[in-house]
Design a binder for this molecule. Structure first.
Ligand SMILES: [Fe+2]
Length: 485
């Protein structure tokens, strides 16, 4: 694992140019995020009791940090929980870089990152939903080992629960539900001491959006079904605390001031639209009539305009949309917490793709703790609109990323659910309600390959075996998924 391993300890003949020091001043590792053709944001945190310490960041083209191309310094401030964010600029497109932080003679782990840029192949990894109380984060180790341009995290990066509330294999810090800024900071700190999460961040640039558990279960901008103000105090204060800790611990372009919905591009090959489907949304609906009511929005007007205009104007072959929650409907089962609860806006999105002839759209979602591979069609249950065999009527496809560690159904219950989905949803090409794992997406000129991997042994510290569960192909000239394995 790259974490905690410094240049000199690799034991091979790679040149090492910096004094190697195993430091406990950087116990949360390093991270890089939100790459562009010329920039990337890098992150670390300093263990400190000072108001301010100045940290040096060095950037090199080689893993041994010999060929240093940039050095700068940045403050670790107590008011930011001693997190350090540095925007590296002036980088070359489609290049791999290495970076580390230094505090006097002490050195952090070495991170690897990569800029975007024109390419004939782009590989992205997708993950979400990491309940620490349900096991170990082997899924992140598996993703760290993949050759990827970036990893997209679709949210539920942390869970807010108290011990014993949701899973009991491991205890949380703090032991109670996260409410205050201090609580959320402690929770992120616990997660970021997990070696697999450090490995993931050190190995790939990440692009992170949030879902509900970064704040509270089924959160929206004005509340959460599990936030009782009589017990926890004003929701707004909790939301502010959660938002601030997230900005401190999860690097993203622009920092706390940066937009949460944002776009990344790899030349004319691919554009990635990362959505905030959580905190711009209208209140949850009470019933199916309200869920389908016109004008209800999961995106909010500003984000919807940005997305729709971006899709319309995009010249990229592939338009990947990272949505925290699932777009696809599934017969009579309505998930009010997903796009089902905002069905009119879903209709607008699918109609836009159809009307404007926008092709190459792949939605990847999280939140459900299941794996899905669906065709997205205006009305998938109407044979006049959609045909599963040919993909006619499909305007996009959607992949649901299984959880990194959070559970769903087990054994017979899972099989029953899967059988029901298969019988009720002609547009579902794959469903699994039990396994943990991840998707990777390889985007090439005329086709995209989506690979679903399952990771075993989440409940054991020594687990982590993986297997490929399914591979789908999407072709630019034909909408809809084709299973190739
Ligand atoms: Fe989740």
């Amino acid at each position: 694992m790259p974490i905690g391993v410094f240049g000199c300890e690799r034991g091979d003949s790679a040149p090492v140019c910096a004094e190697p020091t195993r430091s406990d001043r950087f116990p949360h590792g390093v991270a890089s995020a939100d790459p562009t053709e010329s920039s990337v944001r890098v992150w670390t945190r300093v263990e400190s009791s000072a108001e301010r310490e100045d940290v040096r960041v060095i950037v090199a083209t080689d893993e041994g940090l010999c060929d240093v191309i940039a050095e700068s310094s940045a403050p670790a401030l107590a008011r930011d929980d001693h997190t350090v964010h540095v925007e590296l600029t002036g980088l070359a497109p489609s290049r791999t870089y290495y970076y580390a932080f230094e505090l006097g003679p002490e050195r952090s782990a070495i991170g690897r990152t990569r800029t975007t840029g024109a390419a004939d192949r782009v590989r992205l990894g997708f993950t979400c939903c990491a309940s620490l109380a349900h096991g170990w984060l082997h899924t992140y180790d598996a993703l760290a080992a993949q050759e990827l341009d970036a990893v997209v995290h679709l949210g539920d990066y942390v869970y807010e629960y108290e011990n014993g509330r949701y899973g009991s294999l491991r205890g949380y810090e703090p032991a109670h539900a996260t409410i205050t800024l201090e609580d959320y900071r402690l929770r992120y700190g616990q997660y970021r001491r997990e070696p697999p999460l450090q490995a993931l961040h050190a190995r790939h640039p990440t692009i992170v959006t949030w879902d509900d558990h970064e704040i509270a279960n089924n959160a929206w901008r004005g509340g959460s079904i599990e936030h009782d103000e009589a017990i926890f105090g004003p929701y707004e204060a909790r939301r502010e605390a959660a938002t601030r800790a997230h900005a401190e611990w999860i690097p993203r372009a622009g920092g706390a001031e940066g937009e949460r919905f944002r776009r990344f591009s790899w030349g004319d090959l691919a554009e990635l639209f990362v959505l905030d489907t959580r905190m711009e949304r209208d209140p949850p609906p009470r019933d199916e009539v309200e869920a389908a009511a016109p004008g209800r929005s999961i995106l909010g007007a500003r984000q919807r305009e940005w997305l729709f205009e971006g899709l319309r104007a995009s010249t990229a072959r592939w338009k990947v949309i990272a949505s925290g929650v699932q777009v696809s409907p599934h017969a009579e089962f309505w998930n009010f917490d997903a796009w089902d609860g905002y069905a009119d806006e879903r209709r607008l999105l699918l109609e836009l793709l159809e009307r404007e002839g926008i092709t190459g759209v792949i939605v990847v979602c999280g939140d459900g703790h299941k794996s899905f591979a669906d065709d997205l069609a205006r009305d998938p249950l109407d044979p006049a609109v959609y045909d599963r065999a040919t993909g006619r009527g499909a305007v996009a496809v959607e992949l649901m990323t299984p959880a990194a560690s959070s559970p769903n159904l087990f054994g017979g219950e899972a099989r029953d659910f899967e059988a029901w989905v298969r019988s009720a949803s002609p547009h579902t090409h794959f469903v699994d309600a039990e396994s943990r794992g991840y998707w990777t997406l390889e985007l090439a000129e005329d086709r995209a390959l989506a690979t679903l991997s399952f990771v075993e042994g989440i409940e054991r510290p020594t687990g982590g075996d993986e297997r490929v569960a399914a591979v789908f192909e999407v072709r630019l000239e034909r909408s809809g998924l084709v299973r190739v394995r």
